[in-house]
Design a protein around this ligand. Structure first.
Ligand SMILES: [Zn+2]
Length: 493
């Protein structure tokens, strides 16, 4: 799929603002999201029908050139039949911006492309399924505008979107407005999306001159390693065995997670969409719907607190240190197998945080002209002793590392962070070209792009030593001590 090329010296970035639409505007936004969903579902049905028809005709022995004409799967190809059909299937289409339908078709085109490239092995990452119909009850309400009047109003408290008009923002848009006024930013698109009961507008923007080395602060520790966890969000350490800082999960986060637990238990007692007795679907009660809305809102709050925490921490780190080393995230590398310890909530949160931190540090280090180093996915950061380099197994719940050679006990996360930092110390930066391939055997350096090339094979010297599961604690006692299985699977993958 052709992608927009960001000009040299410019950076693609998003600016997201919470909206405060009037009730009428709220209805109009929902109508646009519904229009996008309708176009998506209608054309998906057509794509399926045409495909099935051609398959049936082939089975009757109809020659290839007399088959029902195939339907193109690109946005342009989908838009044409949609425009000729919309008068009949959606006589109300003129009420919404044409961009709404286009955004639904764009989503479908991307989904079809992802499916077909995934099937033929041209696409990295996990397997992608065939696009599915979007449900009014489940799909996220979202609509994207790429042409027409898209701008931030000069009063810095309104955004202007096609057909929807001027919508009040909950927060000031000055950060984007200033750049647009100075001519160093250009808006490419605007996505309006509902999250946790609130509307947001995210502008896709290209920004000039984002590199700002002038603002850098020189820390006493140029090289640091970061261990990402759940209880403590981040532990930062230097190669000389000093723990520099520890960012623990903020109190409001813990409070919000407690609320979430209470609400989920409450919802379980109410009448939901599924009747467990008769094993059928039924209409949920109003109270259940109300609880669901509160759950969604609390989830959004948890995500906001976490996002804020990660942003402030990564900005500070990217500005202060020359080289930052993080663990590689091995979500797909470890395979699907494994016990419950691989599926636990803590692991999911830990992996999500690690992925997020690596992504944030990727672009923030490039803005500040510092470096991000990703450890190889089989680097045993948690199990190596930071004093004598011996490898000692430790259970997932062990918070303190006890070396088998009798070194004094050390905090598990600090130990891992020190090992990662040492990796940064020994990494040869030589000719880093920004592709993330110039590296020592144990790490890949990423400068600029924020995405390193991930090696999928295990270095032989680490087979049978390295553990992949490090960010979580076990949920069942019986699983303790099974860390070793993860490494053998990793080696076999
Ligand atoms: Zn030791």
């Amino acid at each position: 799929m052709a992608r927009f090329q960001v000009p040299d010296g410019w950076t693609a970035q998003a600016y997201r603002f919470a909206l405060d639409p009037t009730p009428a505007q709220g209805r109009a936004i929902r109508s646009h999201c519904g229009a996008a969903r309708f176009a998506h579902n209608h054309m998906l049905a057509l794509v399926k029908a045409v495909t099935a028809q051609r398959a049936a005709e082939r089975s009757y022995g109809v020659p290839e050139n007399e088959l029902t004409p195939a339907l193109g799967w690109s946005l342009v190809a989908l838009r044409k039949p949609w425009n000729s059909r919309k008068g009949a299937v959606a006589p109300w289409w003129a009420q919404n911006s044409k961009e709404a339908y286009s955004s639904g078709l764009d989503g479908l085109a991307r989904g079809l492309d992802a499916w077909s490239t995934s099937r033929t092995g041209q696409r990295a990452g996990g397997k992608v399924g065939f696009p599915r119909f979007k449900s009014k009850h489940r799909a996220v309400n979202s609509v994207r505008f790429t042409t027409g009047a898209i701008r931030v109003a000069p009063d810095r408290h309104h955004v202007v979107l096609p057909v929807l008009g001027s919508i009040h923002t909950h927060e000031s848009t000055r950060k984007l407005a200033r750049r647009i006024e100075a001519g160093t930013a250009r808006i490419l698109s605007a996505t309006v999306k509902c999250e946790g009961g609130r509307w947001y507008c995210a502008f896709g923007v290209i920004v000039e001159g984002k590199q700002r080395s002038a603002r850098r602060v020189q820390s006493a520790y140029p090289i640091v390693g970061i261990d990402v966890g759940v209880k403590d969000l981040l532990v930062v350490a230097a190669p000389d065995s000093a723990e520099i800082e520890r960012v623990s999960a903020p109190k409001p986060l813990t409070a919000a997670q407690m609320t979430l637990r209470v609400l989920q238990r409450k919802a379980a007692r109410q009448q939901g969409r599924w009747n467990p007795v008769s094993q059928t679907r039924h209409d949920p009660s109003r109270r259940w719907l109300r609880t669901q809305a509160r759950i969604a809102k609390t989830h959004a709050r948890v995500a906001n607190i976490r996002r804020n925490e990660l942003h402030t921490a990564t900005t500070r780190l990217a500005r202060n240190h020359d080289v930052i080393v993080v663990e590689d995230l091995n979500v797909t590398g470890m395979g699907r197998g494994g016990g419950a310890y691989k599926r636990g909530l803590n692991r999911a949160i830990g992996d999500a945080a690690l992925g997020r931190i690596a992504a944030l540090l990727g672009y923030k280090t490039s803005w500040n002209q510092t470096r991000l180093v990703t450890s190889d996915r089989w680097f045993p950061s948690t199990r190596t002793c930071s004093r004598c380099q011996a490898i000692t197994k430790l259970a997932l719940r062990d918070r303190v590392y006890h070396c088998r050679n009798g070194c004094p006990p050390i905090d598990r996360d600090t130990n891992a962070a020190i090992n990662l930092a040492r990796l940064g110390d020994t990494t040869d930066f030589g000719d880093v070209t920004g592709t993330g391939t110039g590296s020592s055997p144990a790490a890949s350096v990423t400068a600029g792009e924020g995405r390193g090339a991930n090696r999928k094979t295990c270095p032989t010297e680490w087979v049978g030593q390295a553990g992949g599961v490090e960010t979580s604690t076990p949920h069942r006692r019986g699983l303790v001590g099974r860390t070793g299985t993860a490494s053998s699977q990793g080696g076999a993958a």
